[in-house]
Design a protein around this ligand. Structure first.
Ligand SMILES: [Zn+2]
Length: 361
């Protein structure tokens, strides 16, 4: 049903229909499916996986570019089986304010050099991707999707994107498969426009959210919580508002209790936020090829439920993002990432039923 994706004219043939940062006015996004009641807004764009004709990465590259499409397709199957309820939204790549938003958190010179293909070989090595025009579009689609999910979360209470969480990108350089920091750009944009006064970034990827911490350090309306493996990339950590550094081999119980404690102490220090941006990286998994923690499938599901449930209990909107995850077998990886979407469906469904029950009393 929802598999009809509206390609912008020209994408199918490999032509680029718009200049990055085109300023023509346009709708914020395109709604792709009719809205079933209580369905969770789901943000997706085919460019998340650098869809054909964009051949972005060489064969065997470590970054699982196709996982985003895999997540979306699995969710569409689950929706057709009645196991999840989503309403799909596609981010708009021609957002007139995309460049303006980027410049809130990134140096103009860096943004322009990336968009025009002017980064040095050294800078690209640090990012880990070869440059291409397709990579620019892919990067902007992910950023726009992250922003859209946050806006939808503020409107509906929850929203999820099938990508997002580029937390290693700094103001003037990219790193670790991250070019622009979608979480920071989204948070600062919403704070500046007054859509939220206090935003909490909960970063549960196994790697520290160093770029997010550095960019948001001076933002009094933003609070960064990073729970990660201390003995892992990046070697040089930044200072989040709250860092929870776990030793190698940490398993489910220690991991979950550290997370629960950090969430409650964040609320104690920062107070309840207006919005949570949740990076649900699954590279905490015991079989992940880049993580060093020992969290199981069940542990990840419990983690995602813990974060979502906490937000529901606080009455705070949550925008969830896929974050990192690395495995040889793409279907294993898709299954791990599904945790976020299944946990959200379970809890959102319960919350909706609870609210319906209250109305009927
Ligand atoms: Zn990671």
């Amino acid at each position: 049903m929802a598999s009809t994706i509206l390609f912008r004219k020209g994408l199918r043939s490999g032509c680029y229909p718009l200049r990055p940062f085109a300023t023509r006015s346009s709708r914020m996004h395109t709604t792709l499916t009719p809205s079933p009641p209580k369905a969770i807004p789901l943000v997706y764009h085919p460019l998340y996986s650098g869809t054909v004709p964009f051949d972005l990465l060489p064969t065997g590259h470590r970054f699982p570019m196709q996982v985003f499409r895999g997540i979306y397709e699995r969710l569409q199957e689950l929706q057709s089986e009645g196991r999840v309820r989503h309403q799909v939204h596609a981010p708009d790549l021609s957002l007139p304010y995309l460049r303006q938003r980027l410049l809130l958190c990134h140096e103009q010179e860096y943004v322009d050099r990336f968009v025009s293909g002017g980064l040095t070989a050294k800078e690209l090595r640090r990012i880990g991707f070869p440059w291409s025009e397709g990579l620019v579009w892919r990067t902007l689609s992910e950023l726009s999707g992250t922003m859209l999910a946050a806006e939808l979360a503020l409107e509906h209470g929850i929203a999820l994107s099938c990508a997002g969480g580029t937390h290693h990108a700094h103001r003037d350089f990219g790193s670790g498969f991250c070019i622009f920091n979608d979480l920071a750009v989204t948070a600062v944009g919403l704070l500046r426009e007054g859509a939220a006064r206090r935003i909490l970034v909960v970063d549960a990827d196994v790697h520290q959210g160093d770029g997010t911490a550095a960019i948001l350090a001076g933002e009094s309306g933003a609070f960064t919580l990073s729970i990660h493996c201390g003995d892992n990339f990046p070697a040089r950590k930044q200072r989040s508002d709250l860092d929870v550094s776990l030793p190698r081999g940490t398993g489910d119980e220690e991991y979950l209790s550290a997370l629960a404690e950090s969430l409650s102490s964040t609320i104690g220090n920062f107070g309840p936020p207006d919005l949570v941006l949740y990076d649900a990286g699954v590279d905490v998994h015991e079989d992940d090829s880049l993580g060093h923690l020992c969290v199981t499938d069940e542990g990840i599901y419990r983690r995602d439920k813990l974060v979502i449930d906490t937000c529901l209990a606080w009455g705070v909107p949550l925008a969830g993002y896929v974050g990192g995850g690395y495995a040889e077998d793409l279907s294993d990886l898709v299954d791990r990432h599904l945790s976020l979407f299944l946990a959200a469906n379970e809890l959102w469904g319960e919350a909706a039923r609870g609210a319906e029950g209250l109305r009927q009393q």
